[in-house]
Design a protein around this ligand. Structure first.
Ligand code: NAD
Ligand code: DAU
Length: 340
């Protein structure tokens, strides 16, 4: 059945992968991307999508109530999937304000529009960081959907606040919501400020690789396309009012990741530089995705050993090199200013 899906943050890393997946695998859906294009959004990311007649792009801020209402009035979305966010923990430590505005207030504006115009489903893309962290010496512990929210950074606190707001809109107003909380994503088109693309970029240019603390913090890595399939499964099979954890049981210490990248690129470990630790640095994330697997029949299909090769190969491809170069030089920001 034909449906209109409004995706926010569809020019960013995961939102774009989700739009591509919808256009490829759900051709009956019309996809509306609403993205204000912050520093994290290189428009080259959506070049292909813009040629598709099932796709429309609005350069709009989710905090702009009037503009969001207008889009809802025009497009009449059946489903809203909210990826739009400030997403980088380090930036939230130096500048928390915008995280609260976009991640909390932006979510409220979108849900108010959903209430006003009526929708079938509002889906909030959330993160395992809302659960805080687990100790390194307790590998038996995992995050479950009912693990208490216990955040560390302004970023994770803004995401947890948004999650609570989403659940409140469900209980108080009956808004048909779902939430997915995912572990660390990796793959093509990730902005080169995050661990994996930053390390690939620096190693390729023989620059030093800054590892925080001793590099022993653990993250649970999931290939971006597997995350997007998980969100689609929640939309199509998930129960309203529920939270679903998405992850692939793929925990690795940061230093392991950095060494894998150096080895794949044939670069020396002498490029590693241990630097001051992140303030409030979460020790270990580890998702238990059993509920999504049992209820939705979802499971990741990309093994880390394959996903990391796909990722490195993309960053070394002509497209990946050009895209990353535009991101690091800031060239794309001028293009946005000129064209929008
Ligand atoms: P990203 O930073 O790559 O992209 C975010 C996108 O949101 C950008 O295109 C940006 O322009 C847009 N945006 C920011 N503020 C906006 C605003 N006010 N109005 C409209 N658009 C705005 O982030 P990402 O890594 O793709 O993450 C997407 C979502 O997934 C976020 O909500 C994040 O919290 C969540 N998440 C990310 C990960 C991860 O590992 N990257 C894991 C779990 C959950
Ligand atoms: O767990 C999901 C979260 O994963 C998402 O909600 C966030 O949006 C996403 O950015 C990511 O957060 P992290 O803080 O885990 O990702 P980041 O890539 O910034 O860092 C991964 C780990 O690597 C973390 O322990 C910090 C460390 N690190 C990071 C950078 C950028 C370094 O050691 N050196 C670095 O230069």
């Amino acid at each position: 059945m034909s449906k209109t899906i409004l995706v926010t943050g569809g020019t960013g890393f995961i939102g774009n992968c989700f739009c591509k997946l919808l256009l490829d695998e759900r051709p009956e859906y019309k996809v509306i991307n609403v993205d204000v294009c912050t520093y994290a959004a290189n428009p080259a990311t959506i070049e292909e999508e813009l040629k598709n007649s099932n796709y429309k792009f609005y350069k709009t801020d989710i905090r702009d109530r009037e503009a969001i209402d207008k889009i809802f009035e025009t497009e009449k979305p059946d489903i809203v999937v909210n990826f739009a966010a400030e997403s980088h923990v380090d930036r939230s430590i130096t500048n928390p304000g915008i995280f609260l505005e976009t991640n909390i207030m932006g979510t409220a504006v979108l849900m108010d529009a959903c209430r006003k115009y009526g929708i079938e489903r509002y889906h909030q893309v959330s993160t395992d960081e809302v659960y805080g962290d687990l100790p390194l010496d307790r590998p038996d512990l995992f995050f479950h959907e009912d693990t208490p929210l216990h955040t560390s950074s302004p970023y994770s606190t803004s995401k947890a606040s948004a999650d609570l707001l989403v659940l409140a809109y469900h209980r108080t107003y009956g808004l048909p919501v779902t939430i997915s909380r995912c572990s660390n994503n990796y793959g093509p088109y990730q902005f080169p400020e995050k661990l994996i693309p930053l390390m690939i970029h620096n190693a390729t240019h023989d620059k030093s690789l800054p590892v925080y603390g001793e590099g022993l913090n653990v993250r649970d890595w999931l290939y971006v396309k597997d995350h997007c399939y998980g969100i689609l499964a929640v939309l199509e099979k998930g129960r309203v009012g529920e939270v679903y954890n998405l992850g692939g049981h793929n925990e690795k210490a940061n230093i392991e990741i950095v060494k894998i990248i150096l080895e794949k690129l044939g670069k020396p470990e002498s490029l590693i530089t241990y630097v001051a630790d992140r303030h409030g640095h979460d020790q270990r994330y580890a998702i238990d995705p059993q509920k999504a697997m049992d209820e939705l029949g979802w499971a990741p299909t990309t093994m880390f050993k394959d996903g990391i090769v796909l990722t490195i190969d993309w960053y070394l491809s002509e497209e990946g090199k050009k895209w990353t170069e535009e991101c690091t030089s800031g060239e794309y920001l001028k293009w946005i200013e000129k064209n929008y």
